[in-house]
Design a protein around this ligand. Sequence first.
Ligand SMILES: Nc1ncnc2c1ncn2[C@@H]1O[C@H](COP(=O)(O)OP(=O)(O)OP(=O)(O)O)[C@@H](O)[C@H]1O
Length: 296
Amino acid sequence: MTLAIHTESLSKRYRRHLALDDCTLAIPDGRIVGLVGPNGSGKSTLLGLASGMIAPTSGSIEVLGQRPAVSADQLARVGFVAQDAPVYSRLTVTDHLELGARLNPKWDQAFAERRIRERGLDLKQKAGSLSGGQRAQLALTVAAAKRGELLVLDEPVAALDPLARRGFMRDLLDFVDELEVSVILSSHLLGDLAQVCDHLIVLANGRVHVSGDVSDLLAVHYRITGRAGDPYRLPADAELIHTENSRDESSVIVRSTSPIPGAEAVDLEDMTLAYLTRATTTGPVGPTAAMTGADR
Ligand SMILES: Nc1ncnc2c1ncn2[C@@H]1O[C@H](COP(=O)(O)OP(=O)(O)OP(=O)(O)O)[C@@H](O)[C@H]1O
């Protein structure tokens, strides 16, 4: 199986701060990967390492089977849009497309022009006077028109209004079909990610808390809801991810490879929030007094 990104014990330290800590990931080709985590959890660092903008402190990373940015060929295979959608403010939209054509051997001018037209951008306008959302659209167009095999997008929808965001997510699905490209994108907007992602990585405190194909992950996560204090039964291999208690009701999210009778399925948002809460909550995780797993 070809891996879009493969890391082994990947770590990145900025002076004394360990931004990424011993991350091992195997992301198959052809996926739209959602990268989720609290502020400062290491998402941009991981994406910077994947694009070759920064180098690891220890461990290894391969992108499409090679070290990131190891050659001009490898650079051409990866399109990267950094968090602030950097563009050249004195250059016009047309200048950006011309520059893209000069720098990228597989540049797709027809795709770039079509997308700019569909987004309503003025070809003659200087990038410095575009709105934040328009700049994000320009940066994404340039990255996609490279016709690489992997698009690395750091919070691509952060500057977009809700309609543009929805359009962007739809676009992304079309892109992936049309350009046959893998995508990894970070975002805090779980609802948006749920619409498009088929692979998920949850990072917190620089560590990977869960990763895998969304369908595989959802198949092994369950919610058990009951009256506070009622006992519930868990299979021996079950891992308790998150517990929520109200006065009368208790709800737990559990990972288990064995089916749990009476449990409900979870969606991507619930599952991700459960891991994020667990990762950012101090203290031991486990059933509380309200709803116990005593007869486990
Ligand atoms: N160049 C740098 N020098 C020193 N520390 C850095 C540098 N870049 C990032 N960090 C630190 O590394 C940690 C991870 O940062 P990173 O930008 O990867 O997080 P993030 O998950 O992308 O955050 P956000 O959601 O806020 O964008 C943070 O604590 C940050 O302060």
